[in-house]
Write a protein that binds this ligand. Sequence first.
Ligand SMILES: Cc1cc2nc3c(=O)[nH]c(=O)nc-3n(C[C@H](O)[C@H](O)[C@H](O)COP(=O)(O)O)c2cc1C
Length: 177
Amino acid sequence: MKKNILIGVCGSIAAYKSAEIVREFKKKKWCVQVVMTEDSMQFTTPLTLAALSGRPVYSDMFEATHFQESHISISEFADIMLVAPATANIIGKIAGGICDDLLTCAVCAFKGPVVLAPAMNENMWNNRIVRGNVEKLKKFGYHFVSPEKGELASGKKGTGRLAQIAKIVSFVEKTVA
Ligand SMILES: Cc1cc2nc3c(=O)[nH]c(=O)nc-3n(C[C@H](O)[C@H](O)[C@H](O)COP(=O)(O)O)c2cc1C
């Protein structure tokens, strides 16, 4: 089952794991288009994700690309969208209907299933505004692969680690099937 997937990468310490996620879908012969937020580039590079996906990585909404009107056409390309890692910020922006970069515009314009895999500090994950945004998005049909308990970037134990990559990949496969 070959599919087209758009993978959104956000500015989380877990962003390095997006390289592994891209590889997993490429191994399955899926066509992978990566869209990075500007802040995600503090954590991983477009070069790495372009090399692994075999396609240029998009991030700048105003850059002329192979796509005409990239914020709309990249969402038409995809059968499913995965945002992994999803920051508290992107969850809040999507829940608020904010479209101020390529990734939030693409999510807003997309008619198919969207899967979000959050990763953040435990206090951020437990924040009532963040949880409210998650619940709001779930009600609108957005899918979540919840973060897991374990050692966080701070060295402390808590809930907020990006879910296991195998779990994210199989959830996406089931959701798009
Ligand atoms: C070292 C470091 C690690 C961070 N890790 C996370 C994280 O795991 N999850 C999160 O929601 N925000 C995290 N942040 C904060 C985000 O990078 C920040 O909210 C950023 O504006 C998110 O932008 P984006 O959602 O457009 O990618 C981190 C910030 C720093 C400096």
